[in-house]
Design a protein around this ligand. Structure first.
Ligand SMILES: NC(=O)c1ccc[n+]([C@@H]2O[C@H](COP(=O)([O-])OP(=O)(O)OC[C@H]3O[C@@H](n4cnc5c(N)ncnc54)[C@H](O)[C@@H]3O)[C@@H](O)[C@H]2O)c1
Ligand SMILES: [Fe+2]
Length: 374
């Protein structure tokens, strides 16, 4: 215990419903609602009936993965036309990020581009329920949202306490339908949130507790959830891991791992979880010398080679992800050596994350790690 002199703020959803069938609690909680707007994706809209909402419910069923500004603005226009008294996000991080921003912005004068950064959202009048259908981002727990700017190919990050949910629902049964590859990638994203907060220069004892629980759950359950999507215990464990990861993001956030993953997401159109999986072993090993004790804890919880040097740890972590079915070579996802210098500049410039890394990373370090991942 040595970080209690550091002041942090943790925002959490006002109410949390957890467990199989907990999705049905939304309707009872939302008895006040006469004009709900449910934001979903093609693969999650069929869960709308399970919410048990009454009144005039408008369903948006086509939020794309990794939504960009035009996709966001389309949903915002629908919200303005419907004038909801409740916004429900029913999906993975892509849907929930859109939902929290729409709930805060639809009835105001601020555009998304006005609120990029920390603390710029003026307020929110519309209640927000977030129903997670992937176990990955932990977006239901948090105060951040990420939307892609198609012009700069970068993620616009909004952070505000006004983005926190009034109700968050963790019903593992909704994740049974997540395909194995998405389960693996999103599960590694949840783990990366915990790992990068745990070894972060802004790490805090409170958040370390959530991070430890999240990493341990991933070590126990991710493989099972990938191998058998109907393994209820494993799905529940991963849902909790994702939530804990979300709690890690609020006051501490991620570091170099996510910074290096972002250009892969925006330049190669890789899903967020997959981009993070590819990068995870390289940054874990790079940071080992700066955070040896915590890195050893992570290795033990994930069943990686304990006591290994940087190269051994990296190989073990690559093996961990590859065993889950993740194609770990960047070149197999369309990257070429000529791309890497530019991406390294981009990743290195994401100072809001890079500055959190326990071991300073120069541009040439970033480029080297990309080459090793190629
Ligand atoms: N707010 C945050 O703190 C935060 C943190 C990390 C990432 N993100 C953002 O979240 C987004 C990624 O979210 P994600 O990893 O959850 O993936 P996602 O929401 O993009 O979902 C991945 C795919 O799985 C489908 N899917 C979702 N739930 C399903 C289900 N139950 N059954 C079948 N298919 C399902 C989706 O339609 C999509 O095609 C990115 O935009 C990323 O930048 C946000
Ligand atoms: Fe993430």
């Amino acid at each position: 215990m040595n970080t209690m002199d550091r002041l942090i703020t943790l925002h959490q959803p006002k109410r949390l419903e957890i467990g199989a069938h907990s999705v049905a609690q939304v309707g009872a909680w939302a008895a006040f609602s006469k004009r709900a707007l449910v934001i979903a994706s093609r693969s999650t809209a069929h869960y709308v009936a399970r919410l048990g909402l009454g009144g005039d419910v408008c369903v948006i069923d086509d939020v794309p993965p990794e939504p960009d500004l035009p996709a966001f603005n389309r949903v915002l226009e629908c919200a303005r036309a419907h004038a909801p008294d409740l916004v429900v996000g029913l999906g993975g991080g892509s849907v929930m990020d859109v939902a929290k921003l729409v709930a805060a912005l639809w009835d105001g004068t601020q555009a998304l581009t006005d609120v990029v950064g920390p603390g710029l959202v003026e307020g929110r009048r519309t209640p927000l329920a977030q129903v997670a259908t992937t176990a990955g981002t932990g977006s239901e727990a948090g105060i951040r949202a990420l939307i892609t700017n198609p012009e700069t190919k970068s993620k616009l990050a909004v952070e505000s306490p006004h983005l926190i949910a009034d109700l968050a629902v963790l019903d593992p049964e909704l994740t049974f339908s997540v395909p194995a590859a998405v389960t693996a990638a999103t599960g590694i994203d949840a783990m990366a949130h915990c790992v990068e907060a745990f070894t972060n220069i802004k790490a805090h004892d409170l958040i370390d507790g959530y991070a430890r629980m999240g990493i341990a759950l991933v070590g126990t359950y991710l493989r099972r959830a990938v191998e058998n999507g109907a393994d209820a215990e494993a799905r529940a464990g991963m849902m909790l891991a994702s939530y804990y990861g979300g709690l890690c993001l609020g006051p501490v956030n991620t570091a170099a791992g996510h910074a290096l993953a972002y250009p892969l997401g925006t330049r190669l159109s890789l899903p967020h979880g997959l981009a993070n999986a590819i990068i995870f072993p390289h940054v874990l090993a790079f940071n080992q010398s700066a955070a040896p004790a915590k890195t050893a804890e992570i290795a033990a919880a994930l069943g990686l080679a304990e006591g290994a040097d940087e190269d051994g740890l990296k190989a073990a972590a690559i093996g961990f992800c590859a065993d889950l079915g993740v194609e770990m070579r960047l070149s197999r996802h369309g990257a070429t050596a000529a791309d890497l210098a530019g991406w390294a500049q981009e990743a290195h410039a994401i100072r809001r994350l890079m500055d959190n890394n326990p071991r300073p990373m120069r541009v040439d370090d970033v480029e080297r790690l990309y080459h090793e991942a190629l």
